[in-house]
Ligand binder design. Sequence first.
Ligand code: PLP
Length: 449
Amino acid sequence: EVTVTNSKTKELIELDKMHYIHPTSAPKDVAENGPGIIFSDGNGIYVNNLEGEPYIDGMSMLWNVNLGHGQEELAEVAKEQMLKIAYSSSFKGFSNEPAIKLAEKLATMAPGDLNAVFFTSGGSESNDTAFKLSRFYWEQKGKSEKRKIISTKNGYHGVTFAAQSATGIPATHEFAGSSVEGFYHATPHLINCELGDKGDPNYEQSIRSLIEKEGADTIAAVIIEPVQGAGGVNIPPEGYLQAVRKLCDEFDILFIADEVICGFGRTGKMFGVDNWDVVPDLMCIAKGITSGYAQLGGVMINTNVREEIVNFEGVLAHGFTYSGHPTACAVALKNIEIMERDGILENVQNMEKELEKGLAYLQDKHDIVRNCRTIGLLSAFELYNPERGEHFDPSVNAASAVVDECFDRKLILRHIGSFRVAIAPPLIINKQEIERMIQVIDESITAFK
Ligand code: PLP
């Protein structure tokens, strides 16, 4: 519940309660108690509520505001493009300059031969597009029975019908009983990794077993997040992604990397797969491509798949009104230009060390902090009950309690399940700001204990 000191806030809260159905929120709670916060403005890693109180945005909102808030250059380029032409269609071969330039720029940035892009307006649309393009690819190859998609448990791929079906987080996967047929979930590497075991040599076995059970001639693609985000910030052990790539090659299956969180510097490399030198066949991007300043996503497509698409004689009956949106593409181009100009990747690599140091300090100081993991500016820690000898009982909701304590101290983090807390600050964060964040977490853990 927000602090109510002025009448404008009061009025907005009442209107919100009555008319606004919030995504991925508890509707009863919001309808009864109002929104958790009403954001007004922001600057760098800070966001203000309507009363002008600053909060540290320790999650870059939804892991996407990579360049932080209040970036004037992004606002200016959007205005410039809107005044020229805010929107134009990309159907029937129509095109626009920002989309063309962005497509070319992405081709130079993406690994290997991912040299073409299909634009969407976000992550779920990108994943749905990747599934359809995979099936289309196999149809063109005369193998139309290759239609199934393998993903992993705890993987998050979005909420449209297909993306929801690929998602391996039960609450999302099962919502409204809407998951569709043809999606299979392998046990990911992380079941053991979570317990600190990074050395399981059979980590890709579960995917292999599924392929063998279902038959490779029925499977179109495997989709994996290089680092699982919403499923717990689960960093794969060395060799895992390479093993999955090899497996896909062995069985003639397309490999889709879901880079919606990892892409555009979050893990300290431009794309998550770059940490392991793996080149997928299709790569889904969104979020960080515009730092959240405009809605944009895309599927990067390798030469092999592109060939099948461009040799198709008919109409590719797939496209979104906002595919190739000129304003969104102009913002993305500027976002990438700033990333390169300001050495954002370098900053992420340097700040990764500070964040690791901070988490190590917390783990040293508090016996309830365990399993800290960080890659780039993507982190999580777990809350462990030493008396129980395992994580806190789910009924305690330890992670949510610690996140609430942080929120009371003006730091926004996110809990994942009952014992994991995620941290993903804007990529422009500096050392002092990380230290401040750690200090707040420290105080919040103490208060929780
Ligand atoms: N894929 C991953 C890895 C994500 O984290 C998300 C969103 O958090 C999505 C896909 C879905 O993206 P969107 O919410 O833009 O549809």
